[in-house]
Design a protein around this ligand. Structure first.
Ligand code: SF4
Ligand code: SF4
Length: 348
């Protein structure tokens, strides 16, 4: 049998356990096997033929893929890559969730991706002088088209094309790693120059497939401009703004100061407790592991309610959807909004 994991990536783990306190599924259960170290131990056992592959399925499903275990790891274990390999090995055939199969068909067909944007008021096609292209994101263009419209309004020097495919992040994170890389390369070829992304998950996948210098996530792009922003005023006072990190943006690309700096100039910035911790959206996780997803976000919802924020800013559509849904369910009136939309609001 072909070995499912890249051996030198498995070998990197020194079993120190520094990652355990950072792991949301370990916090939920206290079980070693639901920690990064425990999962790597299971992967090693499968790699060495001591455990059947089927014994990996449960933890492959339960792991959020948030990569909070990576920045705290002293040995530089690329857990995100190991998880992608684990999903390639475990989410095949009948083990591939039906929802994932349906989503693969949707985002893997350019016609359907275009259709997603057709019925929503997306930013209009345009060609700009510069070499910056806005990636529209499959789910963002369908669920939150106001984000690309906001970028079009505040960043005139980027080209926008509705005729673009999916970046492949969904495939890469759900058991189709090679296909996910191919899709990223195809998108990169259709957008020569810099790709600007408003979705942390897409930006992280594109940058791992195309190279960090080809991809800019919106908040890092905007922060580098050092533009002066006016605070948003409500009832004579600057609005109170909190922020939820995108796991892949923070843990995969190291971007977390930039959105906070922007928000601090738009109002009274309030750090949400454990803002760097996963909100439970985690790509398809909120659809596949509904109960666990809600357990992961429950403390965050009550923390946000206590802060009485006007806005909670996000940088990833999955987080936006999850927070909007759960805050509404809890009766919290804080508005969830993308950083780009808040900038656009400040310029009205
Ligand atoms: S993944 Fe990193 S932090 Fe966790 S046990 Fe292995 S070496 Fe230690
Ligand atoms: S990706 Fe997140 S849930 Fe999975 S092992 Fe790492 S910290 Fe835990």
């Amino acid at each position: 049998m072909t070995k499912p994991f890249t051996q030198n990536k498995l070998d990197r783990c020194i079993s120190c356990g520094y990652c355990l306190p950072a792991c949301p599924t370990y916090k939920l259960t206290g079980n070693e096997e639901s920690s990064p170290r425990g999962r790597i131990t299971l992967m090693r056992a499968v790699q060495d033929g001591k455990l059947p592959l089927v014994d990996l399925v449960r933890e492959s499903n339960f792991c959020l893929g948030c990569r909070a275990c990576e920045p705290v790891c002293p040995a530089g274990v690329e857990y995100g890559v190991l998880l992608e390999e684990m999903r390639v090995a475990t989410w095949t055939g009948k083990n591939r969730p039906l929802i994932v199969r349906g989503l693969f068909i949707a985002v893997g067909t350019k016609f359907i991706v275009r259709l997603l944007g057709l019925f929503s008021p997306l930013a209009k096609n345009r060609k700009s002088e510069g070499e910056v292209h806005l990636a529209l994101g499959c789910f963002e263009r369908a669920l939150f088209p106001s984000v690309s419209k906001a970028v079009a309004a505040i960043e005139p020097n980027c080209s926008i094309s509705a005729d673009q495919g999916c970046c492949g992040a969904l495939h890469a994170h759900n058991g189709e790693l090679e296909k996910g890389k191919e899709m990223a390369v195809a998108l990169g070829e259709s957008m020569p120059g810099t790709i600007l992304s408003t979705a942390g998950g897409c930006a992280a996948h594109l940058s791992s497939a195309l190279g960090r210098d080809r991809v800019k996530e919106f908040s890092e792009w905007w922060a580098a401009k050092e533009a002066v922003l006016n605070p948003i005023i409500k009832s004579g006072k600057p609005v109170r703004i909190g922020f939820q990190d995108s796991c892949h943006l923070r843990n995969g690309m190291g971007v977390f100061k930039e959105p906070r700096a922007i928000l601090a100039s738009l109002g009274e910035y309030v750090e949400v407790p454990d803002a760097s911790g996963c909100c439970g959206a985690a790509g398809t996780y909120a659809l596949l592991q509904k109960k666990n997803s809600r357990k992961v976000i429950s403390q965050k919802v009550s923390d946000i309610a206590d802060l009485k924020l006007d806005y909670l800013a996000t940088v990833n559509p999955g987080c936006t959807r999850q927070l909007k849904t759960e805050l509404k369910r809890a009766g919290v009136i804080t508005k969830v909004i993308h950083v780009a939309e808040l900038i656009a609001l400040s310029q009205k």
